[in-house]
Design a protein around this ligand. Structure first.
Ligand SMILES: Cc1ncc(COP(=O)(O)O)c(C=O)c1O
Length: 429
């Protein structure tokens, strides 16, 4: 493959081992076409990016119209109409008092900017975060990432970060018998981490409402309410990382809405513009206004073409009720795949919300992670025409994160193919 040669010869890090050796030529809706003519049902959306489906016609039309008008102007040198309109739209769709946005280009840039804002507002400079979390690949975002594999021997990282255990019920560090108990104990440990590990100077707690890269970990419904009480008592901000869980993926526009909790700052990226590079963080007005003009800037942030695409993407989400479809198709997938937990030792747990679903694969009743099996499942799914993801802290979680335009028939195809492959791989073990 010519592109593989170019990658190997000219691209730093080249292809990550275990990723799909597919040369993607084009994509539309839920279908990816390779240069050699194969068609695949996309179950990963470019890692939860193309939520409205690849090249949604309304998003493409908006971007094309913008291309004919203005491609770049830099949001802090001139007034950019598209940036202003998108900021207004984000204030309209995000929970609670979130109102003032900063527009950037990537998830890591949004989280890092939001951390800087939290520091400005509180005058404090430490952070609390969760084990199994992932927040990006810049220095500060890796520092608050609770996964040494992701940090890849780049340490030591930023000091002043304390970690509390994620409420990962399947592997609950406290051996809790119920999800509610695991959530309660995990929240207590956050309070302890803040009290005993920090120097009493924590600006913000940063967390994903569903931990994506950690293996699609869905905290119990009580967790963020318990956490928010602790944070409010200590005057610590909640910086909610919706980079992967936002824009309809979990059945609501933002996953934190499932918890009835209002963060002071929220970061988003991935699904914001259906594939155009863009990110944002949005804050309560008093928090946002602690940055004065010039406090924080980004040359490419809020690119007009990306903003036009994002505005169209938000309209599409509403018109086509994509969060609702994610909830319905998610129930279809979960309903059919959950029984595999009882049928196959290999399937340790099936969990998720909306179209953010993980199947944790294990070798035995001791829950020994089955990373090799997960890789094999991925390969066999690809050979059967499904592109799925594999992740998690132990590389043993099959990830289903298809575009939210997924139909009932397509969901049925995922169920049939994946169940068959899991049974085959189980038998081969
Ligand atoms: C929850 C979360 N936060 C932040 C990031 C970083 O986003 P980006 O790769 O756009 O910098 C990711 C990327 O996977 C993510 O899943």
């Amino acid at each position: 493959m010519q592109t593989k040669k170019l990658y190997d010869e000219y691209m730093i890090t080249s292809m990550v081992p275990g990723f799909d050796p597919v040369e993607v030529e084009s994509a539309l809706g839920t279908t990816i076409r390779s240069a050699s003519g194969e068609e695949y049902l996309d179950c990963f959306s470019g890692i939860a990016v193309c939520n409205a489906g690849h090249r949604h016609p309304k998003v493409i039309a908006a971007a094309k119209a913008q291309l004919d008008q203005l491609v770049h102007c830099c949001t802090y040198v001139y007034y950019s109409p598209m940036a202003g309109r998108l900021a207004e739209a984000l204030a309209g769709i995000t929970p609670g008092a979130l109102r003032k946005s900063f527009l950037a280009s990537s998830g890591a840039e949004a989280i890092e900017g939001a951390m800087r804002l939290a520091r400005h507002f509180t005058g404090r400079n430490e952070f609390a975060a969760l084990t199994h979390s992932f927040h990006g690949r810049s220095y500060a975002t890796l520092s608050i990432t609770g996964n040494s594999g992701r940090k890849k021997s780049g340490g030591p990282y930023m000091p002043g970060v304390v970690f509390a255990p994620a409420p990962y019920f399947y592997r609950c560090p406290f051996g809790s018998k119920t999800e509610a108990e695991c959530a309660e104990r995990s929240a207590e440990q956050l309070a302890n981490a803040i009290r005993y590990q920090s120097s009493g100077n924590v600006a913000a707690f940063v967390a994903e409402p569903v931990l994506g890269e950690g293996g699609i970990l869905v905290p119990h419904e009580s967790y963020f309410r318990l956490v928010k009480e602790i944070l409010d008592d200590e005057g610590i901000l909640f910086l909610c990382d919706e980079v992967q869980s936002g824009f309809g993926r979990t059945g609501k526009l933002f996953a934190i809405e499932h918890y009835g909790v209002e963060p002071e700052i929220m970061a988003m990226a991935k699904g914001i513009a259906d594939g155009f590079p863009l990110s944002a963080f949005i804050a309560r007005p008093d928090v946002g206004d602690s940055f004065t003009p010039g406090s924080h800037l980004s040359t490419f942030g809020g690119n007009p073409v990306s903003c036009a695409a994002a505005l169209a993407n938000i309209e599409v989400m509403k018109e086509e009720r994509l969060p609702e479809n994610a909830a319905i198709r998610g129930e279809q997938l979960m309903g059919a795949l959950k029984p595999l937990e009882n049928e196959l030792t290999l399937v340790g747990e099936v969990r998720g919300r909306g179209l953010m679903i993980g199947l944790e694969l294990v070798k035995d009743a001791d829950k020994t992670p089955a990373a090799e099996a997960a890789k094999e499942v991925k390969t066999r799914c690809r050979e059967a025409g499904l592109l799925i993801g594999v992740g998690g802290s132990f590389a043993n979680v099959v990830r289903l994160q298809p575009p939210l335009v997924l139909t009932e028939t397509e969901a049925g195809r995922i169920i049939d193919t994946l169940s068959k492959v899991l049974r085959e791989v189980s038998g081969a073990l």
